[in-house]
Design a protein around this ligand. Sequence first.
Ligand code: HEM
Length: 525
Amino acid sequence: AWSYSRRRHSYWSSRGIPSPPALPFLGHIHNMLSIFHFRWVYFDEVYHKYGGATLCGLYELFRPVLMIGDPDILKHICIKDFDHFVERRPFPAEKESLMNEMLINKYGDEWKALRSAMSPTFTSGKLRGMFPLICDKADSLVSFTLSAASKQPYVDMKENFGRFTMDTIASCAFGIECNSFRDKKPEFAKWASDFFDFSFVRLIKFTLFNISPKLFNDLGIKMGTFSVEFFQRVAEETIAARKAGQKRNDFLDLLLDAQAGHNLPTTAHVSAASHTQSTTDDSAATDNLKNNSQYSNSENKNISTTSKQVLTDRSIVAQSVMFLIAGFDTTASTLAFSSFLLAKNPRHQQRLREELQQIIQEHGDITYQGIMEAKFLNACLMETLRVYPPGTTGERICTKTYKIPGTELIVHPGDLVYFPIWSLHHDSRYFPNPEEFLPDRFLPENKDNITSFTHMPFGMGPRNCIAMRFALMEAKVALAKLLLKVELHLKSDFQEVRLAKSPIILTPEGGVHLVIKPLATNIKK
Ligand code: HEM
């Protein structure tokens, strides 16, 4: 058995690819999917010591995994040769679960058709429609924070941003008022916390699913608390109300419009919609879309599926639940990290506030246009996402045999490819003084200094985060409204955030405790 294990673990060395020492049978999986280690710290070691900054081989048990840290090769994998790497591992779900209908769990032509049907939902025109809903939730965030600050010496901003993103998603994806900004936890929030609670047993199941979804299903294992029934019921009720005539300009309306074939292309094109939308209002999105369009130009194919066929009622319900899974903690953590970094860097905080005050003077209020034009606000969020990317690793599964450019290395269908997002973001060759919070790096005049494919908080290419623009708009509104009303200060015994040892996303452990000082200001918002 030992010599079998050795032989299987010689896969990379026999191809001349460096690989860190592997444990018999386990390979490196104990380091990758562990609650005892920081996953990205291990990957960072692999990146710096074992060639991961270019190519390095790892094993999940016996499965070969190729870590690629070379930005040029990443460009090929994510964009130019995307058709060889269309898939990621699915999110764990039992065979019959609604979760199998989610975009994140779709593959091949089904994914392409669904992504194309959903992409127009995220254009600037559609996001503008959701802007007032988000502003409303951000106003509640500010009042709740002010009220908390008047009663206690410090406020847990992770908790508050969690309430904000929960209410925003409940409003935009489920069409309901969740009212998280009340002391008693609402039912929606209770079910959601249950959903995001990663117990040890659940983590083992999660790991098993990642290693072998087939074995997971053959053994009839249930994810247990990944219960989606509550959210399914809420979304179904809302859909029934919308079909009876209610309207709110939220995701549900937009997906129902797409289902009915209103205002949307009837024939799905591979990523076409997301690549042709106007990008003038959001520089981060512009970069990503510019990169993506290289793929769409060369690879656009018609798929003879209409939005109507793809977006059944069940599928729309599934996408609403997916927005909660994909959008709640990612955005809340980003906001929590940015509030911490701004409290730690009062000079940047003040500069950002001055930019926002200028916008209020020009536009009279926080407007969609004003928020999207705020360059320093965008830079602060981009820099936060560089320092603390919620997704520390990217991943693709090889779908067609592929020769890695510039090498003789062949990747086979089923092989996994990892992108060390955290390490790229913290590599001093790409970002000098990587541990410092320096938003100026992302100002338009400095953006040419950033090497493509070294800043990927939303992934890259046609399978990147479909909701990037929504997430950025949501975060910008919350931060802008908050900073116009309060000053953020570090608490004397809270000078650094602790990071949770979760293998799923990067999130602060135990909250982000800040001293909140209300601003005496005459500015309206
Ligand atoms: C700051 C907040 C967010 C960050 C940093 C983030 C990051 C990511 C990343 C890294 C990926 C994988 C991309 C890849 O493999 O190339 C992803 C995918 C995805 N995200 Fe986000 N995300 C955020 C917010 C959201 C929100 C608010 C939603 C929904 C409302 C959302 C929906 C999705 C979906 C559906 C996918 C899968 C796309 C596909 O498979 O085609 N994300 N996100």
